[in-house]
Design a protein around this ligand. Sequence first.
Ligand SMILES: NC(=O)c1ccc[n+]([C@@H]2O[C@H](COP(=O)([O-])OP(=O)(O)OC[C@H]3O[C@@H](n4cnc5c(N)ncnc54)[C@H](O)[C@@H]3O)[C@@H](O)[C@H]2O)c1
Length: 407
Amino acid sequence: MAASLQLNARHFSPSFQPFHSSSTKSSKPNLVRCSAATHSSKRSYKITLLPGDGIGPEVISVAKDVLVLAASFEGIKFEFREMLLGGAALDATGVPLPDETLAVSKESDAVLLGAIGGYKWDKNEKRLKPETGLLQIREGLKVFANLRPATVFPQLVDASTLKREVAEGVDLMVVRELTGGIYFGKPRGFGTNENGEETGFNTEIYAKHEIDRITRVAFEIARKRRGKLCSVDKSNVLEASMFWRRRVQEISAEYPDIELSHMYVDNAAMQLVRYPKQFDTIVTNNIFGDILSDEASMITGSIGMLPSASLGDSGPGLFEPIHGSAPDIAGQDKANPCATVLSAAMLLRYGLGEDKAADRIENAVLDTLNKGFRTGDIHSAGTKLVGCKQLGEEIMKSVDSQAPAVV
Ligand SMILES: NC(=O)c1ccc[n+]([C@@H]2O[C@H](COP(=O)([O-])OP(=O)(O)OC[C@H]3O[C@@H](n4cnc5c(N)ncnc54)[C@H](O)[C@@H]3O)[C@@H](O)[C@H]2O)c1
């Protein structure tokens, strides 16, 4: 399933102690988000849960149960704190990211997020939108690298909108820069041009260190995958992209074993639906990564299957499904929990270095699909339509039975 990858060791220095810490040790080892590394000797972790809005609480509930069960087989214990984010936080506290949510998240070993947003808050001013809370927590945790695997599950290849021969075997990773670029660049705002006409404007800007660090993460990931990295930019038009390409090229000298290529974003968007198997690891900026990773997700058939991990240099990683809060199906037990369950597996693998428990979860998801269980978004003739809760129960049974996946 998810490719193995190696990221840097991190140091952890807590400054805030809101967790009940009866079972945690006072000194924490460096954790290595690395499937090749041996796992940390620490076997008790603080996890912050941010269920959010819409289907968020439904999928987080399933993922939490699966996480606890899979980890218990490896002797791992968790302390959970559930905190408010997004619309739920707005309703309860008046802001989309309460200070306490950020403080507890920062103090934990990893953060598992459901989804935020909904019709109710759509007309709020920007600082009071659920989405603002999401951007704020990513910024607050300083998670600059967003890893989005797009893997076509053999069992779901016919759910892809692409022809079987195009979709089959696709296994790529989009590494998206998450805390810079046009989503954060200044100046930004609304104004009036020289003709007196109203305008809206944003700034695409990258500093050298921002490009260098995401590029190194991407090279490390490519090294643990199939050794190919494609950097996507728009350097035929944008100065920020010209600089991006120059930095990526320069950093590539540190990775002579990795095959580096460059592609303009318009071509990359086209190649993803023409011949997606050509890609192994893609590295790109915030806005291009946002769009391309959603496009890549559709190759796999359902947005409900895809996890993501957001990592920084230090501190906890943020793990979340790539889908939104799906208000159209919220509260109806129709949500596919797999993306969040697989995000929990990424949390174990890349956040805690607990590969065995991660393998157990990923195998259980494959096993459950092999048995034919499907939520509505991935249902097809001949498979068993179940709700979010039942799919979760089936995944739990597979975790419990240790059934090896037949892929
Ligand atoms: N990371 C996040 O929390 C995040 C990401 C994207 C959108 N949003 C927010 O979510 C809200 C809805 O946005 P949207 O409709 O554009 O995107 P969405 O991802 O919520 O839904 C798009 C479509 O996919 C379906 N879908 C999504 N996840 C599913 C799942 N797990 N199982 C089955 N079907 C699933 C939905 O029912 C819907 O038809 C908005 O408020 C938006 O701002 C949040």
